[in-house]
Structure formats: C-alpha cells, structure tokens
Ligand binder design. Structure first.
Ligand code: KDG
Ligand code: MG
Length: 408
C-alpha cells in the first residue's frame, strides 16, 4: 500500500436472504473494495443509519491504510463511546479497511497479523432437540459431519420454546420472527435447573469422553444458581458453560468461581476490552466470547486477545448465523494468527447466504480455515443481495411464570 490511496465511497448494503445482514462496502480511488459486517441482530437499521448518516461522510477522503488511526478517530472522535451500535459500526469499518490492506498488499489478513500460529481452527456447532432423544440424534448428526465440539441445548419439560430450541425447528436455532413484534417465551429457572444436569449427563454418556461438549445458559441465572449448576455439571466435563449470569455486574462471577471449577465463557454481548477487564484480570472466566464485529473489529479483538493472553484466558468468539460470513471470515483470520484463540463458534448458513457472500473460508473435519485469498477473502454478490429486501425481525422476549420480564 502506497499510502496515497483515498477512500472515495462508503456504502451500506442491507439484505435479507432468510435473515437480515448489514454490510459495509468501502471503495478507494485505486479501485479497491473492502467489506465489513455490520449486522446487529434485531437492531440492524440502527447500525445502518449510524454508518450511513454519521460515519460514511467522515471516511471519504481518508487514507485507507491508516486502520488504527481511523479506529481511534471513530471511537474517540464520537465522544459517545462503546455500546453495540457504535462498536458494530466501528467494527465494520475496521474489517473493511483490513480487507483493503490485504488486497493492496496481495496478502490474506492473517499474514498481516503476524502469520499463522496454527494450521486450522477448531470449530464448535450447535445441536438441539425438543427432548433428550431428539437432542442425541442431533449430536450424532453433527458428529457425522465431522464436528469434534458441539453445543447441546434442549427443551425444558413443562416449558414451550426456549432459547436455542423450538418444537417446530428441532436441531436449528430459531430464526428471527418477521413481523411487528417479538415472540414471548415463558421461562422457569427451577424447571431448567432440574433438567439441565440430567440432559447434559445424557449427552456425555451417549457421546463418550472424547466429545468437546458446550452449553449456553444465555444469561438466565443468579450467581447462586450459577454456582449450583456449575457444581452439578462438573462430572459432565464440559468444555465450557456459557453466559451463566447477565454479567452486567462482573463482580458476581467471583461467587460462581469460588464454588465451581466448571470452565466459564462470557462476552458475546460485550463491545470493548473494558467490559472484559474485570473478568479477565481476575480470571473469572476461562474463555472470552467477544465477537469480531460487535467488539470493534479485528483491531480491537486483538487487543482483547492480548489482555486475555496475559491471564491465560482464551478466545472462543461468537459466530452464530446472525453474523454474516464476512464477520466469520474476519474472526478466522484472527483465529489463525492468535496464540490464545481456542475455538470458533460456527452454526453454518443457509445455501443462499453462501451465494450472497462468497467466501474463501472453509470448513473441513471439525475445523475452519480463512483461506489464502488477499484480504478477508469475501466477495458480496450485490445484485443477488438486492433481491432480498430488509424484513423487520426481533429476538424473543422472556417472561417468568408471574408475567415479569426476565433475561432472554
Ligand atoms: O442474536 C443473538 C444470538 O446471536 C445469540 O442468542 C446466540 O447466544 C448465542 C450463541 O452463543 O450463539
Ligand atoms: Mg451465547
């Protein structure tokens, strides 16, 4: 990169091939195009507007080579900092600029980040079932597809649809509802706590000791409940137990840690290193789950990784199907070049998503690789994307049996 190129356009592409994705396209005077994912599930247009109305005008005329300077400019220059909308926007710009730098130098991004420290990246996928027998079938199907690590979720006796599983779509995480408002689910922590240890023990018994087994509590428990669940799950030998508490108050994790050795993973809703700070420096978690888009891009995820490395915390980034293949690819470039990167979440995408977002990254035998194309290795088919207009969608809302709202 000569340092003489200039950004001439920053455009936002909103497309909905089965679910909504927001993508940033940065174009330079020399004709390079960089792509960044800006998808924030259920709040997509807020990020689109932040980028279109507030960020794009600032990018035009800037040097695309100055990635870190642009990050600082957007983060500190806005004064109003942090939060998912801001940091997803900053993240999208960061991804697009790394993509451009890779294309300008003819290198895949992981080479620019120091080169590969591993040959491939361990992936985990989701298996779910309305009841335990159907969950076990789903786990078997994932293993037949080569996965060595599986996140297991099941329905809870006495409850309807719960996070990660629905009767209608056993085996798949439910897509957003398209309509005027969110679905509402009933949640009962006691019923869940009675069921979860049995359910996960059944998976362990069925799958044997070799499977890396994960489970997501999805922010539902108090510290005391989390400590009890962690203890009950110790014989199951989980790879991790995710999001046991909402973690808005990070100090409460001290209580959980004092009572259980179950490995803990937290962070998919965090947006900066500062939200991870207490959890990492007090070693209250084993894995940090921050997402390459929602936490400010490759540049900022690497900062989180650097802090985590000192405290022997490893990365297991968020990678559900509600972030686009652009973000997944970016996460894999970080994964290949970051020593304390442990595992990447990978739910997969519907075939049409792979057509809209053509990617060099690949899955094989339980592992992912970012590929060796210059930049992030992603091309977006804009004509195809235009055939899928935005549709409003919401994540569900959860209520306790008494009707009060709780964490979904
Ligand atoms: O948009 C919300 C989802 O990304 C989230 O519910 C998925 O918890 C999740 C996970 O671990 O993939
Ligand atoms: Mg999660």
């Amino acid at each position: 990169m000569s340092g003489t190129d200039t950004i001439v356009a920053a455009d936002v592409v909103v497309t909905s091939p089965g679910r909504n994705f927001v993508t940033l396209k940065i174009t330079t005077a020399e004709g390079l195009v960089g792509w960044g994912d800006a998808t924030l599930n259920g709040r997509e247009l807020a990020v689109a507007s932040y980028l279109r109305d507030h960020v794009a005008p600032l990018l035009v005329g800037r040097d695309p080579a100055r990635i870190e300077d642009t990050w600082q400019y957007l983060y500190r220059g806005a004064y109003w900092r942090r939060g998912p909308v801001t940091m997803t926007s900053v993240g999208a710009v960061d991804l697009a600029l790394w993509d451009i730098k890779g294309k300008a130098t003819g290198q895949p991004v992981y080479q620019l980040l120091g080169g590969a420290v591993r040959d491939r990246i361990l992936a985990y996928t989701h298996a779910s079932g309305w009841d335990v027998p159907r969950l076990l079938d789903a786990v078997d199907a994932r293993r037949e597809h080569g996965f060595l690590a599986v996140r297991a979720q099941s329905g809870v006796p006495g409850l309807g649809t719960v996070y990660g599983v629905s009767e209608a779509a056993a085996g798949h995480e439910r897509p957003d509802r398209h309509g005027t408002g969110p679905d509402e689910e009933i949640w009962d922590t006691d019923a869940y706590l009675r069921h979860a240890p049995e359910m996960l023990a059944a998976v362990r018994e069925h799958a044997g000791p070799g499977l890396k087994l994960l489970h997501d509590t999805h922010h539902r428990l108090t510290p005391g409940e989390a400590a009890r669940l962690g203890r009950a799950l110790e014989p199951v030998n989980l790879f991790w137990l995710e999001d046991v508490t909402p973690a808005e108050n990070q100090e409460v994790l001290r209580h959980v840690r004092r009572h259980t050795t179950v490995p803990l993973a937290i962070g998919e809703v965090f947006n900066t290193v500062w939200e991870c700070q207490t959890l990492i420096t007090e070693q209250l978690i084993d894995f940090v789950r921050t997402c390459v888009t929602h936490a400010g891009g490759i540049s900022h995820l690497r900062r989180i990784a650097a802090l985590a490395e000192i405290w022997q915390v490893r990365l297991g980034p968020h990678g559900p199907s509600d972030i686009s293949p652009v973000a997944l690819g970016a996460s894999l470039h970080v994964g290949l070049s970051t020593p304390n990167f442990a595992i990447q979440e990978y739910m997969g995408y519907e075939p049409v998503v792979h057509e809209v977002f053509r990617h060099a990254w690949s899955y094989e035998d339980g592992h992912l690789h970012p590929g060796d194309e210059p930049g992030l290795g992603i091309e977006v088919d804009e004509a195809l994307a235009a055939r899928f207009p935005y549709e409003p969608g919401y994540l569900p809302v959860a209520r306790r049996r008494d009707g009060s709202v709780t964490d979904w």
